[in-house]
Design a binder for this molecule. Structure first.
Ligand code: NAD
Length: 462
């Protein structure tokens, strides 16, 4: 095993303390793992009110949104892990070739060791606890570094994780980039990072020094194709779901938020009218939408609209209030493709609509862009669905809804290409934080001498 570098402040001893706990073997025990998962469920249910408070402080999230996107989805996920853990952790029998007869082979999952989790501020509870539950289920000791940009949630995690989980095996380290960099000086057995590609590169470089495997959960622009939908009812349902996914999940500050729509020309005016009326129905009070994280992010978003060519494409909204850090749900029609709003990830409540001659043309458009975390399409056309699955690449594809794939425990969550790598959620989290150890047992019953030299003719068939 590699040596720890000399202690930096208190972090060196914190990291070696966590490693000592792992080396003691207690985190491997099935009962310990289950106790941690039960502890997480208790934390989420007993502290629910405080969770709602800190999410409101950090991001202005309504308790309805906080329950739907963070507490509710997490409790469901941890329960699913608890219910399936023994099955996932059980050795799996594997085939053996006749030539090794008699033998048995197995794949035995084992914990990796000490895991470091970096979480992001937009889903500050979920992006810390979802991977944490997987790492604990797999029998690891864990250090969590929440984002300093959601300080109330970070402080909540630091105060409550030791109360509900094994305080020696699970640590929360608060701080900003300097603390993140300091943590990366140490040797970890796995690092899961959620955040920007810029910092992802720094993490990966640092991890290479210790040959530490990493999972990078990054972002990008998630496109959404909206096909001509014949029925009025289907069109309204589609727009409800687009409106909910774009503006009611942290005001569009979500890695899998719809970044822009691709729509057939003739459908655009109808779609814009539907979006306007639905936004008015959903966002009746300011507190129904989260706010922008901070002033810096607010100015980044409003500056996207300052480009004259972009400003003239606004068809709804466009105003922001720096005092409340809120920006109206904003819809734009055909902003130039070379403007920042169409080249950078938006991560906010601005929704460009890009028109195409035929819906099918969207596929070529998607293929010309980096692989996104998610592709969405609202359509009843089975052929189009099939073409999107077969011809494009992304972490996930969701038809006739958006964002909800995050809540499924049965499918992997993660990116591909520029949107990252390493998949988690449900069984995929258990696998991400486990080593699948190959175990072969042979017996002394039979011995074939033809496997050894000397290579006489009768052995090699010459
Ligand atoms: P960021 O990349 O600036 O920060 C993420 C984490 O890294 C924080 O904990 C931060 O303290 C730490 N950090 C920052 N600089 C560091 C350094 N030099 N060394 C070590 N650690 C450092 O986060 P951001 O840019 O605000 O996040 C937004 C991005 O995250 C968007 O691109 C979004 O799509 C993506 N994201 C992805 C997911 C996902 O699940 N794939 C979820 C949420 C956000």
């Amino acid at each position: 095993m590699g040596e720890e570098k000399p202690s930096h402040g208190g972090l060196g001893s914190l990291v070696s303390g966590v490693r000592e706990v792992f080396e003691s073997g207690r985190t491997r025990e099935m009962e310990w793992r289950k106790a941690q998962l039960r502890g997480l469920i208790r934390l989420l249910t007993e502290e629910e009110e405080e969770i709602f408070d800190v999410l409101r402080e950090d991001l202005g999230k309504h308790r309805g949104e906080s329950f739907r996107d963070e507490v509710g989805v997490l409790v469901k996920s941890v329960r699913n892990t608890l219910n399936n853990l023994e099955k996932w952790a059980a050795p799996e029998k594997a085939d053996t070739p006749l030539v090794s007869f008699p033998a048995t082979a197995m794949v035995v999952p084992e914990p990796l060791g000490v895991v470091l989790i970096f979480s992001c501020w937009n889903l500050p509870l979920g992006l810390a606890l979802e991977p944490l539950s997987g790492a604990l289920a797999a029998g690891n000791a864990v250090v969590v570094k929440p984002s300093e940009l959601s300080p109330s949630t970070a402080a909540f995690l630091a105060a409550n994780i030791p109360r509900y989980l094994d305080a020696k095996a699970v640590k929360v380290v608060q701080g900003g980039p300097e603390v993140g960099e300091e943590l990366m000086e140490h040797r970890w057995d796995k690092v899961l990072f959620t955040g920007s590609a810029r910092v992802g590169r720094i993490i990966m470089k640092k991890a290479a020094e210790h040959l530490t495997p990493v999972a990078l959960e990054l972002g990008g622009k998630c496109p959404c194709i909206v096909d001509w939908l014949d029925s009025k009812r289907d069109s309204q349902i589609a727009v409800n779901r687009i409106t909910g996914a774009k503006w009611s999940t942290c005001a569009g500050q979500a890695c899998i938020a719809i970044d822009y729509l691709l729509v057939q020309e003739q459908f655009a005016p109808i779609l814009i009218e539907l979006l306007k009326s639905t936004v008015q129905r959903f966002f009746t009070k300011p507190e129904n939408m989260a706010r922008i994280l901070n002033e810096k992010r607010f100015h980044r978003l409003t500056s996207l609209l300052e480009d004259q060519r972009v400003a003239s494409s606004i068809v709804h909204g466009g105003h922001g209030d720096p005092n409340t850090l809120s920006i109206e749900p904003t819809v734009l029609l055909n902003p130039p493709l070379d403007s920042d709003i169409m080249t950078d990830e938006i991560f906010g409540p601005l929704l460009p609509i890009i028109t195409v001659k035929k819906t099918e043309d969207s596929i070529a458009f998607l293929k010309s862009k980096p692989k996104p975390l998610a592709i969405y399409a609202f359509t009843n056309d089975e052929k189009l669905k099939q073409r999107i699955i077969a011809e494009t690449s992304s972490g996930s594809v969701t038809f006739n809804d958006a964002i909800v794939q995050y809540g499924l425990d049965s499918v992997p969550f993660g990116g591909v290409g520029q949107s990252g790598f390493g998949q988690y959620h449900g069984k995929y989290s258990f696998e991400l934080f486990s080593n699948r150890k190959a175990v072969l047992k042979r017996s002394f019953l039979i011995e074939f001498m033809f496997r050894y030299p000397p290579w006489d003719e009768y052995k090699v068939g010459m």
